[in-house]
Write a protein that binds this ligand. Structure first.
Ligand SMILES: Cc1cc2nc3c(=O)[nH]c(=O)nc-3n(C[C@H](O)[C@H](O)[C@H](O)COP(=O)(O)OP(=O)(O)OC[C@H]3O[C@@H](n4cnc5c(N)ncnc54)[C@H](O)[C@@H]3O)c2cc1C
Length: 409
């Protein structure tokens, strides 16, 4: 038998989040954060007190030991309350990449960043993309060479979420670099990069079009000394750990987009019941009802996909030992499902924000209406944060057809 219900514990958890966010993050506050381009400190503290930050880490490492279904539920809920998507980014980057860092980290990394990030006193992010391109994850230029008990790292990362927050709060990034290019993607190794390490310089903050309250920036690494105890996993595992992190992050991206789209529909429904044209509420026109019904049906379908995929991720990790890569065939099957979520959810959310904005008429084109924040926010996940749509299509096609048809090089 299949059971689609959440546990009582999960329902109580969701209700606790609803109660807290309703009090602490009304839409006016989301607008204020978007305008001021900053997540207020008290919001971060609130997330930490709720046990949401790095909630996927084991309790003994400072997290809440949450499973992926529960973490997905949290991502959906945060997306619902912050439709600008800034807080969801702050949450999901750390829940996913923090988890992967923890799986392969030494206690030195846990003490340096993870325990603090779980308390809201540091930020842990992902620094993979380089000026030369992000889709080709094995095509980057950063290098590392061994010198005694250190790796010496050189390179540049760009379009990186949270650089300003990381600089301000402390913390760092999951990164990787090549030590042996002749081995192709097996010649790269992952490491934890503290943002305040000598030789690291945060270079710029992009003037993004959306999710304004969290920064996107870049940094250079100039002969940065990374102690060997900051290496993540074994030498040559960098590419695989990056894919593992992407999988976790993409699932939570999809859940956040679902939450934001649910809110957009609610905001839209409330409005069309009130607003009148031709002596009737807009809600009485079938032209609008049919659009609502289509959007709602698609949203429920993608939501089921997202939760089934979260369940699959739990199954994958149930069998995976700390510090060892999970079973390869389960990982590949999960990657296919996760890419389906990342392909469909951001685009559907974008379409729903677009549709509901049109219901608002001219008001929908103003910043007095909250919906435009959502359109700008979810767009970041259509365009490419945590991987572009075409990259998701490549992963899905690869698993359907085989690598011989989808080899990148
Ligand atoms: C708001 C935001 C936040 C981000 N945060 C982070 C972060 O925290 N950390 C990080 O490392 N990166 C981050 N990124 C970068 C993101 O991962 C990259 O933008 C993404 O991987 C795409 O890389 P690119 O922008 O260089 O585009 P390109 O790789 O140059 O791709 C451009 C276009 O070509 C298409 N394309 C490329 N290859 C193929 C192919 N083989 N077949 C078909 N089409 C193809 C792509 O789908 C895309 O449409 C962020 C991006 C954004 C927008």
């Amino acid at each position: 038998m299949i059971d689609f219900s959440f546990t009582e514990e999960q329902e109580l958890f969701r209700q606790a989040l609803k109660d807290w966010f309703e009090r602490n993050l009304p839409l006016e506050k989301v607008r204020e954060n978007d305008t001021k381009a900053k997540i207020p400190k008290e919001l971060i503290k609130g997330l930490a007190d709720l046990g949401l930050l790095c909630m996927t880490l084991p309790e003994e490492h400072g997290g809440a030991g949450a499973d992926w279904v529960t973490t997905t539920l949290a991502a959906e809920e945060i997306g619902y309350w912050d439709i600008s998507i800034a807080l969801p980014v702050f949450f999901l980057v750390q829940a996913s990449w923090g988890y992967v860092v923890d799986r392969y980290a030494t206690d030195a990394v846990r003490d340096a960043v993870l325990r603090k990030a779980a308390r809201g006193e540091a930020f842990i992010g992902i620094g993979v993309t380089e000026p030369g391109g992000g889709s080709d994850v094995a095509g980057f230029k950063s290098t590392m060479r061994r010198e005694g008990d250190y790796w010496i790292v050189n390179g540049e990362k760009t379009y990186i979420s949270g650089t300003e927050e990381c600089k301000e709060m402390g913390g760092g990034y999951f990164c990787n670099a090549y030590h042996d290019r002749s081995k192709g993607h097996r010649g790269m190794t992952a490491f934890y990069l503290p943002i305040d390490a000598p030789g690291v310089e945060v270079t710029k903050r992009f003037d993004d079009m959306g999710r304004m309250a969290i920064s996107t920036g870049g940094f250079t690494m100039n002969n940065v000394k990374i102690p060997l105890e900051y290496q993540l996993g074994e030498e040559g595992w960098g590419f695989y750990l990056t894919m593992e992190g992407f999988d976790a992050a993409r699932l939570l991206v999809a859940a956040s987009c679902i939450g934001a789209a649910e809110r957009a529909l609610e905001i839209g429904m409330e409005y069309i019941k009130e607003r009148r044209a031709f002596e009737r509420p807009l809600a009485a026109f079938q032209g609008i009802q049919f659009e609502l019904a289509d959007d709602y049906a698609k949203l429920q379908a993608v939501k089921q996909l997202v939760y089934k995929t979260a369940w699959m991720l739990d199954k994958k990790y149930e069998k995976a030992e700390q510090g060892k890569m999970p079973d390869r065939s389960m990982s590949l099957e999960c990657a296919k499902w996760i890419s389906m979520c990342k392909l469909l959810a951001p685009q559907l959310a974008f379409d729903i924000f677009y549709d509901t904005m049109l219901w608002f008429g001219a008001y929908g084109y103003t910043k007095e209406c909250p919906l435009e924040m959502g359109l700008r926010g979810v767009m970041s996940y259509c365009i490419g944060a945590e991987g572009t749509m075409n990259i998701q299509r490549i992963v899905i096609a690869r698993e359907l057809l085989g690598r011989e048809y989808t080899r990148a090089r």
